[in-house]
Design a protein around this ligand. Structure first.
Ligand SMILES: [Zn+2]
Length: 409
């Protein structure tokens, strides 16, 4: 049985509450098969009620609500660090109380876009996280809760002797909110702080913001926090916070500078993917392990932000469908066994990507070609076994399973 990275466990059996101080709590859940994990929900206790930062999954928040009710604590504010589902999916569990839901103004447009493209999002999440959601499933289980208040640059409120200072940032999304509680010296960064290589690029989703992400983390460092709570990690040592944020800032600036320099020097995307490497102290950094996203995705993403699709080859301007091009090449070769043999040879040499693309000369024309699908299945199996990055790993798994089902295995 292959080890499958199944993504985020959205329905834990019991709450795993982490007490950071007597006022700050968080719930984190592991991503199966990963060093990293994802944080659902954090909250701050004040004398006049509770402020929840990121009401994560509905199940977690329903259980948390019961806990807080038992302790006689009522929730007064929900703050969204950004509108990703694993950070706002549980908001509905608190809605019967009188509370404010605060987010950046860009969250409104983002949530509308999510509703508009719900079918697409369901499809890509089923690939990215290996959820088994059939294409065409009509309704999200819990419709998103829209914020009751939004802000432009900054937002500030006080509750029960504590101040909550919010500022807008761009990074993994364009609607990020950073929350700073000066009395606790705690900064809540959502997915701007991750314990692995940041999610700067995603092959399925809209672009992310490298330079602005660095600027947001610079602002967070300047606050000199004692506690930093991120999307999948909690840091409780001032020195370590500095170190982690600094290495991320360096990474973002390095990648942004490298891609922009290469773009202005006339390199195209394919060259950049080959040429841009991380310096060893970033490549080997324990906080930047490529277990969720990866370097290639980040390079694609930065390019996409500044450039169009043209690859500076005249044939790339108005390309014919891949099946037509492959059809011409296949006909010229006129020898499917030779194509299969070459793909197998490449696979045995460890050139798995090249083997996959060679096989496409057949598969783009004849997707139900048994011999080609059988070989693709073998190539994908090797890719699954060797790829540590969750997102690419799960893409290979998705098509491996499609081949298994086609081949009747
Ligand atoms: Zn996120």
């Amino acid at each position: 049985m292959l080890e499958r990275k199944t993504g985020i466990p959205l329905a834990p059996e019991e709450l795993d509450i982490q007490k950071i101080t007597s006022d700050i709590y968080t719930i984190q859940c592991s991503v199966v098969g990963q060093d990293a994990h994802t944080q659902y929900t954090s909250w701050v206790i004040t004398e006049d009620g509770v402020v929840i930062i990121d009401p994560g999954s509905y199940r977690v928040c329903t259980m948390l609500r019961e806990e807080l009710d038992r302790a006689g604590q009522s929730v007064k504010y929900l703050i969204y660090t950004h509108a990703h589902g694993d950070h706002i999916g549980g908001a509905a569990a608190f809605l019967d109380q009188e509370l404010k839901v605060i987010a950046h103004e860009n969250t409104l447009e983002r949530l509308r876009r999510y509703e508009l493209t719900a079918g697409y999002i369901r499809r890509i999440n089923s690939v990215q996280f290996h959820f088994n959601i059939p294409v065409g499933t009509p309704q999200r289980r819990f419709p998103p809760v829209y914020p009751t208040e939004t802000y432009h640059h900054e937002y500030r409120f006080e509750l029960g002797g504590k101040t909550f200072e919010l500022f807008h940032a761009k990074g993994e999304t364009d609607d990020c909110t950073v929350v700073w509680v000066p009395q606790l010296r705690a900064v809540f960064l959502g997915d701007l702080l991750e314990a692995s290589f940041p999610n700067l690029g995603n092959p399925f989703k809209v672009m992310r913001y490298a330079r602005e992400w660095a600027m947001a983390l610079e602002k967070a460092v300047a606050l000199d926090p004692e506690f930093a709570i991120g999307g999948d990690c909690v840091l409780t040592d001032n020195k370590e916070i500095n170190e982690v944020l600094s290495v991320n800032i360096e990474l973002f600036n390095y990648l942004e500078d490298s891609v922009i320099r290469a773009t202005n020097d006339g390199h195209n995307l394919e060259q950049m993917i080959e040429e841009i490497q991380l310096p060893p102290h970033l490549a080997d950094n324990p906080y930047l392990k490529q277990v969720y996203s990866r370097l290639e995705f980040a390079i694609y993403n930065i390019w996409r932000r500044y450039c169009g699709y043209f690859d500076f080859s005249p044939s790339g301007l108005l390309p014919r469908p891949g099946r037509e091009v492959a059809g011409v090449v296949r006909q010229l070769i006129g020898n499917d066994p030779a194509i299969l043999h070459k793909a197998e040879e490449l696979m045995n040499q460890g050139q798995l990507q090249l083997a996959l693309e060679t096989l496409d000369i057949i598969l783009k024309v004849d997707y139900e070609n048994m011999a080609a699908r059988r070989l693709r299945h073998e190539i994908l199996r090797k890719m699954v076994e060797t790829d540590e990055c969750l997102m690419s790993h799960n893409v290979w798994v998705h098509y491996l399973e499609e081949d298994e089902s086609f081949l009747g295995q």
